[in-house]
Design a protein around this ligand. Structure first.
Ligand code: GDP
Ligand code: MG
Length: 177
């Protein structure tokens, strides 16, 4: 179930990070509401969404925070990361620069985030096969080197979105239980 007031055993905070327009907000709306938007609609302030997930015999409430556009100004504050147990670090497979910035995001994450935060590296927009600028193997390699999980997703086609979030939630659950 996904009702807001359902009893839950754990509440997890997770964050979405990565360059502007890589698809963070659409990944979250897919995961939380099964919605996708063709227009990017940046909002002011931090937004978050909840979803309840059953892992083994526990009901977990995942609270996922979205940057709501501050990443454009490199103005994400430490409070955004505070208490987060997981992160989806997203780049756009059709824009190489967003992949090259992964290191910067990791640095920030390691500065402000929990030391044992679970990070999933996500190459989004896998549906745009003809404009691909980053190979899947490159993503995989970087993730291995940095000790992260890796997945390519398409928020548009709803491909691997659920899997990416569930991988993160399962890993967090494995650490905290
Ligand atoms: P954010 O700035 O990282 O939150 O990115 P948004 O979620 O606002 O998405 C930026 C743009 O990319 C929007 O025009 C989306 O419609 C588009 N977009 C997001 N995910 C995908 C995807 O998986 N495939 C395609 N083709 N476009 C996407
Ligand atoms: Mg956004």
């Amino acid at each position: 179930g996904d009702s807001y007031d359902e009893e839950c055993d754990y509440l997890f905070k997770a964050v979405l990070i990565g360059d502007s327009a890589v698809g963070k907000s659409n990944l979250l709306s897919r995961f939380a509401k099964d919605e996708f938007r063709l227009d990017s609609k940046p909002t002011i302030g931090v937004e978050f969404a909840y979803r309840n997930i059953r892992v083994a015999d526990k009901l977990i409430k995942a609270q996922v925070w979205d940057t709501a556009g501050q990443e454009r100004f490199r103005a994400i504050t430490s409070s955004y990361y505070r208490g987060a147990l997981g992160a989806l670090l997203v780049y756009d497979i059709t824009r190489r620069a967003t992949f090259e910035n992964v290191g910067k995001w990791l640095k920030e994450l390691r500065e402000f985030g929990n030391s044992d935060i679970v990070v999933i590296l996500v190459g989004n927009k896998s549906d745009l096969v003809n404009s691909r600028q980053v190979g899947e193997e490159e993503g995989k390699k970087l993730a291995e080197k940095q000790g992260l999980c890796f997945m390519e997703t398409s928020a548009l086609e709803n491909k691997n979105v659920e899997e990416a979030f569930l991988e993160m939630i399962n890993k967090i659950h494995g650490i905290t239980s």
